[in-house]
Write a protein that binds this ligand. Structure first.
Ligand code: FES
Length: 143
């Protein structure tokens, strides 16, 4: 009888130990995933490109991020950052017609709406959108 009892205890111990190992493994996996995500968030660089009050007054602001000309547009309570490098052959897209609701490439005439969508011309695609973050009254482009 005591032998049977000790077998049961041993089996219970092994079950508990197995569950403990499994939970430890899952916990360490979740923790390492969390640390990796946190590191990526912290390591992402950003650059201040506009002040919201100025953006609201002017409707748009131009900036250069890592040598690339961009435009930050405020329209209908939405803020959007677009590359001004034309996807066709790399000319700098003009902002002269923002008041008329479009951007136009001076080289071969591609036109884009203020959300960067290609309207006409030889450009094979839309203008590239940049990720932004808004903190207090500042607009940042994520690099
Ligand atoms: S480079 Fe812009 S349309 Fe050709």
């Amino acid at each position: 009888m005591p032998e049977r009892s000790s077998k049961v205890k041993r089996r219970d111990f092994l079950k508990i130990f197995g569950i403990f190992l499994l939970l430890s493994f899952i916990g360490s996996m979740v923790l390492s995933l969390f640390r990796k995500c946190k590191r990526e968030i912290v390591e992402r660089e950003r650059m201040k490109v506009a002040d919201i009050d100025l953006l609201k007054r002017q409707k748009f602001v131009k900036a250069v991020v890592k040598g690339e000309p961009i435009i930050i547009i405020y329209e209908r309570e939405e803020i959007l950052a677009l590359s001004l490098t034309c996807p066709h052959r790399g000319c700098v897209v003009s902002t002269d017609n923002v008041d008329k609701g479009f951007l136009e490439c001076p080289c071969h005439g591609s036109k884009f709406d203020l959300k960067g969508k290609r309207l006409e011309g030889p450009s094979p695609e839309d203008l590239r959108k940049l990720e932004i973050e808004i903190e207090k009254k500042d607009v940042y482009v994520l690099l």
